[in-house]
Design a protein around this ligand. Structure first.
Ligand code: ZN
Length: 70
């Protein structure tokens, strides 16, 4: 289970608030803390968050970090 806390509570796509109980999608940045049969991610920040119903593909995302762009 992953728990994340965001300072921004609005959807990056529709700008509406993301509230309790809503299915959402988040793209998190972090480091692999352990790698055996499973990968354990130690997250440092959330790059993108939107309602699951708003998600329409990765090409939608504009990451600020140039090294992550294709
Ligand atoms: Zn939305």
């Amino acid at each position: 289970m992953i728990e994340a806390r965001l300072g921004v509570t609005t959807c990056d796509k529709c700008q509406e608030p993301m509230t309790k109980g809503q299915p959402v999608l988040m793209i998190a940045e972090g480091n692999i803390a352990e790698s055996d049969d499973n990968l354990t991610l130690r997250g440092s920040c959330v790059r993108y968050a939107c309602h699951l119903s708003c998600w329409d593909g990765i090409e939608d995302i504009e990451l600020s970090d140039a090294t992550l762009k294709s």
